[in-house]
Design a protein around this ligand. Structure first.
Ligand code: CTP
Ligand code: CA
Length: 223
C-alpha cells in the first residue's frame, strides 16, 4: 500500500493551471491574439492528473482536448475572464501554474459593428490587461505559485525580475535561442530559476518538460 501511494505523490493536491492564448475582441469578428498552442499547460495538467492531483484548467482558445474524472476545464476567451475564473479557485488550491500566453493589452473599446475599411491607416487604442499571475502571487498564502517567462534577450535577468515582482516560488524560463523551442513547437528548452539558484534542462518534448516542472515542485509541496 505504501508503494501505491508513492506512485500518486499528488493525491489530494489541488492544481490551478492557466493555458493557451487569450483573444481580445476588436469588433464582432476580429480579435488580438497570439500563436500559443496551449500544449505546455495541457501537458502539465495531464502529468499532475496522472500523479493523482485534482486539476482546474482555465483555458484560452486552443485545439487541445483533455478529459479526466479529476479535471475541470473552464474555457475562456479574454484575460479579464481568465482572471475572474482564476480568482474563483485560487484560495482552494495548493498550486497555481500560469502557463497561459495572456495578451498584455486589449482594445480600449470593442466596436459593436464590424469596422468598415476606410482610410489608409487605422489606429486601435489598447489598454493594459490585468496581470493574472502577479495578482494571485501577491495574494498567496500557502500556495506554490509558478510562472513562465518568454524572453528574447537578458533571459535570466528578466526572468528573475518577474520571479520577484510576481512573488513566485520559481519561474520557468523558455529559451528562444533553440530553434526547436517555443510556440507551435513540441519541444522546449527551459531553465528553472529560484531566487538563489538556477537549473538548466536539455531540449525536450513538452511532455518531458511538464514532468521536470512537476518533479521540481513536489519537494516544495511537501516542505
Ligand atoms: N501573465 C499573466 N497575466 C498577464 C501577463 C502574464 O498571468 N496579463 C503570466 C504568464 O502566464 C507567465 C508570466 O506571467 O506565467 C510571464 O509572462 P510574460 O509575458 O513572460 O511576462 P510579462 O509580465 O507579461 O512581461 P513582458 O511580456 O513585458 O515580458
Ligand atoms: Ca507578456
Amino acid at each position: 500500500e505504501d508503494d501505491l501511494f508513492a506512485k500518486l505523490p499528488l493525491k489530494h493536491k489541488k492544481f490551478l493551471i492557466t493555458a493557451g492564448p487569450t483573444y481580445e475582441a476588436i469588433d464582432p469578428v476580429r480579435f488580438i491574439g497570439n500563436h500559443s498552442s496551449g500544449k505546455m499547460g495541457y501537458e502539465i495538467a495531464k502529468t499532475a492528473l496522472q500523479l493523482g492531483a485534482e486539476v482546474v484548467l482555465i483555458s484560452g482558445p486552443t485545439s487541445m482536448a483533455l478529459e479526466h474524472e479529476n479535471l475541470k476545464i473552464i474555457q475562456v476567451n479574454t484575460a479579464q475572464e481568465m482572471l475572474r475564473e482564476a480568482e474563483n479557485y485560487f484560495d482552494e488550491v495548493d498550486v497555481f501554474i500560469a502557463a497561459a500566453a495572456v495578451a498584455d493589452y486589449r482594445p480600449a473599446s470593442v466596436a459593436s459593428e464590424k469596422i468598415k475599411k476606410a482610410d489608409t491607416h487605422l489606429t486601435i487604442e489598447l489598454v493594459k490587461n490585468p496581470d493574472i499571475l502577479a495578482t494571485l502571487g501577491k495574494r498567496k498564502k500557502d500556495q506554490i505559485v509558478i510562472g513562465f517567462a518568454l524572453e528574447t534577450e537578458n533571459g535570466v535577468e528578466n526572468a528573475r525580475k518577474k520571479l520577484e515582482a510576481k512573488n513566485l516560488d520559481f519561474i520557468v524560463l523558455n529559451s528562444l535561442k533553440d530553434k526547436g523551442a517555443g510556440f507551435k513547437k513540441d519541444t522546449n528548452k527551459i531553465s528553472i530559476i529560484y531566487p538563489g539558484s538556477i537549473k538548466e534542462f536539455d531540449l525536450k518534448s513538452k511532455t518531458e518538460v511538464a514532468a521536470d516542472i512537476i518533479n521540481e515542485l513536489i519537494p516544495l509541496l511537501n516542505a
